[in-house]
Design a protein around this ligand. Structure first.
Ligand SMILES: Cc1cc2nc3c(=O)[nH]c(=O)nc-3n(C[C@H](O)[C@H](O)[C@H](O)COP(=O)(O)OP(=O)(O)OC[C@H]3O[C@@H](n4cnc5c(N)ncnc54)[C@H](O)[C@@H]3O)c2cc1C
Length: 449
């Protein structure tokens, strides 16, 4: 019997749970051309935040390039519109571990990259001042409170922050500060926690941000951008020798074949369905030991996620279900940790699929022959965000676009994130975490977050 990590994740299921974020569905949610184009310059597989960023970088970077996005389900309906609505850097909590695994230089580069990613996401919105993207998506600066429920985890976080303050550039030092349990209780009404790190963060309605950006790109580049939703990709192969039609790659979809000179995989936890050599018998799925919470600024609704899965359910690519334990447990979280929370009403529950890498950091770049079975040339990957894509995806997508266009990105993309044969071998897997939306009976906490 293969281990769960060796299993084919398959295609995204056709009847996923519907996140609160996705209602109502976006006008482009089911968009497609009447007929699939027969050829293009770049086929991108996946329309989440990573795919959107790659498309933006390509279309803006080359005035002649044609891009076709193939999406198995609705537009941006994967993890991108199933997360908690944060845009955050994971790096302060992880910093000591990054130093231990990759060394100080790489840890600093990675942390800088994630902090810049937040600013670049805001900048992308600001590029469309005439649009309603900023208001529709409710993108906003927030305070990120990362509270620890056990003393050992809090001690580790304090150690990580000390390392951060020792090694990060002057302008990043003291960006985050630690608060004791009493301070956290007094300021945020949080109880049953050992302490917290507090610093800058951001929040957004993720579905409206990324569908909104797709929509603006589609308006601006309608002659060069094709978006084909409900078009799962079944396989990528090389055109047979002697076939002189343009496009080295043949991408087989449910609606026929399309030829392309480049293929970019932005398929998150489903990547190893198309690239089986990336299935992993060894790497574990990092199990979450934290809940995350954001709050809608207009309705007061709280978006709460991170419920535990049983280990045997963790490696899974089916987001059509929420397990019964999660439904029962998620309502207990707010009363347990907020002083003034009543019994919350659950308005909506959903699940989502994340993609993991063995070494815990994303991987981006051109795919070698060892992975694809085809000569290294025009296949690219950005994946392995380990549940922290909002701190990485936009910049990783842009980096892929620039590399594909032949630009040097070594000045701002950490070399530790780049694909190497060693990193890629058997190193991607899938996992699922649970999300939930808790209703307005927790209104009392509204002003505190
Ligand atoms: C419940 C949950 C909570 C999260 N919370 C946080 C958080 O608090 N902070 C944070 O930073 N990150 C969080 N994340 C992670 C973050 O959402 C992801 O890292 C990010 O959205 C990844 O974006 P993506 O574009 O790479 O992938 P996705 O948004 O998953 O897009 C991949 C797309 O590829 C499509 N696809 C896959 N295979 C095929 C195929 N064969 N053919 C055609 N299309 C295909 C899928 O349908 C999907 O739309 C969370 C994720 C989940 C699920």
């Amino acid at each position: 019997m293969p281990s769960p990590l060796e299993k084919d994740p398959g295609l995204p299921v056709s009847d996923p749970t519907v996140p609160f974020w996705q209602l109502p569905s976006h006008p482009l949610a089911s968009t497609s051309s009447g007929r699939l184009p027969t050829s293009t310059d770049v086929v991108m597989i996946g329309s989440g935040m990573t795919g959107c960023s790659v498309a933006k970088g390509l279309l803006e970077g080359d005035p002649g390039i044609r891009v076709c996005v193939l999406e198995a389900r609705g537009l941006a309906s994967g993890a991108t519109s199933r997360n908690g609505g944060h845009i955050v850097s994971p790096s302060v909590g992880d910093f000591a571990e990054l130093v231990e695994c990759f060394g100080v230089k790489a840890a600093v580069e990675i942390a800088e990259f994630t902090l810049r990613n937040i600013e670049m996401t805001f900048d992308a919105v600001a590029e469309f001042p005439e649009s309603t993207l900023a208001t529709d998506s409710k993108i906003r600066r927030t305070t990120k409170v990362l509270a620890y429920t056990d003393q050992k985890a809090f001690d580790n976080a304090q150690h990580s922050l000390r390392e951060w303050n020792q090694h990060m550039p002057v302008n990043r030092k003291d960006l985050f500060k630690m608060m004791s349990s009493d301070e956290v209780k007094a300021k945020f009404g949080l109880k049953n926690v050992a302490g917290a790190s507090v610093g800058p963060g951001a929040a957004v309605w993720p579905y409206l941000l990324w569908c909104g950006l797709w929509s603006l790109l589609f308006e601006r580049y309608s002659d060069r951008l094709a978006i084909e939703t409900f078009t799962p990709v079944h396989a990528v192969s090389e055109a047979p020798s002697g076939d002189d039609r343009p496009g080295r790659y043949v991408v087989k979809t449910s609606r026929g074949e399309i030829r392309a000179s480049h293929v970019v995989y932005c398929t998150n936890g489903f990547t190893s369905h198309l690239l089986p050599s990336l299935r992993d018998e060894k790497s574990g799925v990092r199990s979450a030991s934290l809940y995350y919470l954001t709050q809608d600024i207009d309705t007061g609704y709280m978006m709460l996620g991170g419920e535990y899965e049983k280990p045997e359910d963790l490696v899974c690519s089916d987001d059509s279900k929420v397990n019964s334990r999660s439904s029962e447990e998620i309502v207990k979280v707010l009363p347990k940790h907020f002083e003034r929370s009543g019994a919350p009403q659950v308005k909506s529950l959903w699940s989502g699929i994340m993609g993991f890498s063995r070494d815990g950091i994303p991987m981006i770049g051109r795919l070698p022959e060892e992975v694809t079975g085809r000569r290294e040339d025009g296949e690219w990957l950005a994946a392995g965000f380990n549940g922290y894509g909002t701190g990485y995806c936009y910049s990783c997508g842009l980096a892929i676009a620039l590399m594909l266009l032949g630009k040097d990105v070594s000045g701002w993309v950490p070399s530790a994130l780049m694909i190497t044969k060693e990193r890629l071998r058997g190193s991607l897997s899938t996992g699922t975490f649970w999300d939930g939306l808790v209703g307005p009976s927790v209104e009392a906490e509204r002003s505190k977050l």
